[in-house]
Design a protein around this ligand. Structure first.
Ligand code: SAM
Ligand code: SF4
Length: 341
């Protein structure tokens, strides 16, 4: 029957033919660090009353899984500072056991990993992304403002001991950590970690220097790295913005996330849910859909499902990030910690 969508259509295809199979959920906007590129030191956080309960987050995520999401990443803010967040990991782990979900994972600053690594493994998590921009303790304290390097290194070690695969994310910051990439690549090689370098994105006011001062195009970094390392093109893809290489000398993967220098939107397979139940169809656009109202309006999941489908039908083609002297202000007003990195 032409023109009529089957009711049991269990995939989400956006207007540009992209299949949406990846959901990131920011479980809290709060964090125990104040990274200079992510937050201002005196961030105002959402009132607790606006935040979805863990049960509500589980319910929305489960609807997404029913609609074809195969990969789920919990993020934040710092996901591991949300009280009882392990309940959510354990609850979502049931979808791994049924085979409905392929992967449950998280992005973390690592500060609480020493405490939770084993529980995460038990819940079915296999891989963690840990953000670490430098191996220098003083620089680490300066970048994160409130973080301590030894705590994060202990967390990474605990994750490794628990059998979790670790990938490191480092934001490339001009004049701050750009002299350390060789060291990070070598260290990741020794530890058996993949590494991804990320270009800074113009999200939210951070009140600490300007984006132009922080921004370091990774095209420049890549040319420099090629003097010390053999970077073999890799066909590894995640549907995300990273371009991957294999570092021949270490055998580990190096990803370069270049939202500013390369438009990666054609293959975008993801959407992002905030801790208040707002669904963003693009990290770099303001358009959003409220899922909290339909969720709370009914015990049935039908209204949420309809709101999700409606949102996917207007997923935009891509972002419009620009950083230069004339555009030195946030492209979108919300911080990465709200939408979830
Ligand atoms: N707190 C966790 C962490 O730091 O891994 C998870 C949330 S954090 C917002 C997710 C990722 O976004 C981190 O790797 C962080 O470095 C990155 N990030 C934050 N603000 C950014 C920005 N303005 N541009 C690029 N990456 C950013
Ligand atoms: Fe917190 Fe992660 Fe943002 Fe740093 S990047 S302030 S750790 S949410």
């Amino acid at each position: 029957m032409k023109g009529i969508k089957p009711i049991c259509d269990l995939t989400m295809i956006d207007p540009f033919g992209r299949s949406i199979s990846y959901l990131r959920v920011s479980v809290t906007d709060r964090c125990d660090f104040r990274c200079v590129y992510c937050m201002s030191e005196d961030m105002a956080f959402l009132p607790k009353a606006e935040i979805l309960t863990l049960e509500e987050l589980d319910r929305i995520a489960s609807v997404f899984i029913r609609l074809g999401v195969k990969k789920l990443r919990l993020t934040g803010g710092e996901p591991l500072v949300r009280r009882n967040v392990m309940h959510l990991f354990r609850a979502l782990g049931r979808h791994l056991r049924t085979g409905a979900l392929d992967e449950l994972t998280l992005t973390t600053n690592g500060s609480q990993l020493a405490r939770y690594a084993h529980e995460l493994k038990d819940a079915g998590v296999k891989r963690v992304n840990v953000s670490l921009d430098t191996l220098d303790a003083d620089k680490f304290a300066a970048i994160t403002r409130w973080g301590r390097l030894h705590q994060v290194l202990a967390g990474i070690e605990a994750a490794k001991q628990a059998g979790l695969q670790v990938k490191l994310n480092a934001v490339a910051l001009k004049g701050v950590n750009d002299d350390e990439f060789d060291r990070l690549i070598a260290w990741c090689g020794e530890e058996g970690f993949d590494l991804t370098l990320i270009e800074v994105m113009p999200l939210g006011e951070v009140g600490s220097g300007t984006r132009v001062d922080q921004y370091l195009p990774l095209s420049m970094v890549r040319s420099r790295l090629r003097k010390s390392w053999t970077l073999d093109e890799s066909d590894y893809r995640t549907g995300g913005p990273a371009h991957y290489y294999t570092v021949r000398e270490t055998g580990r993967r190096l990803g370069l996330i270049t939202p500013m220098t390369h438009n990666f939107c054609e293959s975008c397979n993801r959407v992002r849910l905030t801790c208040t139940g707002t669904l963003y169809m693009c990290l770099g656009q303001e358009d959003a859909a409220d899922l909290r109202a339909p969720l709370r309006a009914s015990e049935s999941d039908a209204p949420v499902e309809a709101a999700i489908r409606n949102a996917i039908d207007r997923k935009p083609k891509g972002h419009d990030f620009i950083i230069d002297r004339r555009h030195d202000r946030p492209s979108v007003s919300r911080h990465m910690s709200v939408t979830g990195g």
